[in-house]
Design a protein around this ligand. Structure first.
Ligand code: GTR
Length: 397
């Protein structure tokens, strides 16, 4: 209720490991003795995350996508890549895709990731239109020309292309603006009722949008939709994990610094907490999630089970050592405690039993690293994701 929310806002976040309350993690393999029992247990866990945390998609009637603009193509990066900008329509919204393809691509694997401020921030190119949608931390919430290429350091475009992958990105605000607007804007406008307490918040909405983009990618000859790695940073890392959990067509999922509500164990209550995230971002999760404010022990799951929902598909969790708000150790523990599920299914899981040293990745079917520096996406991160994706999505080529 209101009172606990007020407390949460005032309370100072804990950053002290010694003050973490004693907790017991729910067992992802409860009642499971062999691999054949995992799919039923998985459905149960998935349903719990859907009803108690992210919220269910209210109907699949509005899943249909149509191609509004087939999109112009032109060579970029000195001719080694093709830039392609198709526009698809979903639930009355135009989704502007920015696709960067290795030259003469046929059935290439791809990274699919939302961007935070518009496609024009990923690559400095005047042919990329500015988004007309609500953009956060901008005057009047409008995109402007001065931001062209401003996020380029977070997108290792050239490295992705040189390694034979395509990059597909779109602005997350095309699907749903990241503002607590009572679910009136974005694709929500096409749905007659406000979400019920077990129905989607914005993260589930963004995740649903990624699946619809995957539908579209399946219609292209350039991209192999069976080899798409869904990637996201921070709130969009929470989104990529939920997208991968819900949609088994995603071949791989990557969570970059996703923190609370993503890969970090909620019961640790260190850095960002459930109460804090539900207070500051009331539109991200479904209303049922508020029940767990300062009450994490009652959660039927914890975030290691979100990671485990990817099994046996490869999943990567990455932290940054200075990003204590996202709880690097809690992110590592989620990867580690997802491992028994992978092992049951005959996969390696995470090789590292202990948190690996800074900048020393550990990669099995689960990958993990904690890199030096703070909350961001860097070339170091992309270098690991490309290596991991090559191993899992290209080794049999
Ligand atoms: C923070 C939020 C985090 C994370 C981050 C981001 O303000 O507390 O959960 O999502 O934003 O998305 O950059």
């Amino acid at each position: 209720g209101i009172a606990s929310v007020a407390v949460a806002q005032d309370a100072k976040p804990n950053y002290d490991e010694s003050k973490i309350p004693a907790y017991t993690l729910p067992n992802p393999l409860a009642g499971v003795e062999s691999a054949v029992q995992w799919p039923a247990r998985r459905e149960q866990i998935l349903a719990q995350f859907a009803t108690e945390m992210f919220g269910k998609v209210p109907t699949d009637k509005l899943n249909a996508i149509s191609v509004k603009d087939a999109g112009a193509r032109k060579p970029v990066l000195g001719g080694k890549a093709t830039m392609w900008q198709p526009v698809i329509t979903l639930a009355g919204r135009d989704l502007h895709l920015l696709v960067l393809l290795p030259k003469e691509s046929r059935n290439v694997p791809a990274f699919l990731a939302y961007n935070f401020h518009g496609n024009h921030t990923v690559l400095d190119d005047l042919d990329i239109p500015l988004t007309k949608n609500w953009v956060r931390s901008k005057p009047e919430n409008r995109a402007s020309d001065e931001d062209r290429g401003s996020a380029a350091s977070r997108w290792a475009v050239e490295k992705i292309i040189d390694n034979g992958f395509a990059l597909v990105t779109l602005y997350y605000g095309d699907v749903d603006p990241d503002v607590d607007d009572g679910f009136e804007n974005g694709v929500h406008a096409a749905f007659p009722n406000k979400p019920a307490s077990d129905q989607w918040g914005s993260i589930a909405t963004w995740a649903w949008g990624l699946s619809r983009v995957l539908d579209f990618l399946g219609t292209t000859s350039e991209i192999d939709a069976t080899r798409v790695a869904v990637m996201g940073h921070s709130r969009l890392g929470k989104t990529s994990l939920w997208a991968g959990a819900n949609d088994p067509r995603f071949a791989l999922a990557i969570s970059n610094n996703s923190g609370c509500g993503g890969a970090a164990i909620s019961r640790r209550r260190i850095g960002e907490s459930v109460a804090r995230i539900n207070t500051v971002f009331p539109h991200w999760f479904c209303d049922n999630f508020v029940k767990y404010n300062d009450n994490e022990s009652q959660l039927p799951f914890d975030q290691h089970m979100l990671v485990a929902l990817m099994a046996p598909r490869p999943v990567y969790v990455a932290s940054a050592v200075e990003d204590t708000w996202a709880d690097p150790r809690g992110e590592f523990l989620a990867a580690k405690h997802a491992t028994p599920v992978y092992e049951l299914l005959g996969r390696e899981g995470l090789p590292a039993a202990k948190m690996p040293p800074v900048d020393e990745p550990s990669q099995g079917s689960i990958g993990y690293h904690v890199r030096s520096g703070g909350h961001s996406v860097t070339d170091f991160d992309w270098t690991q994701y490309i290596k991991f994706a090559k191993q899992h999505l290209m080794e049999n080529e």
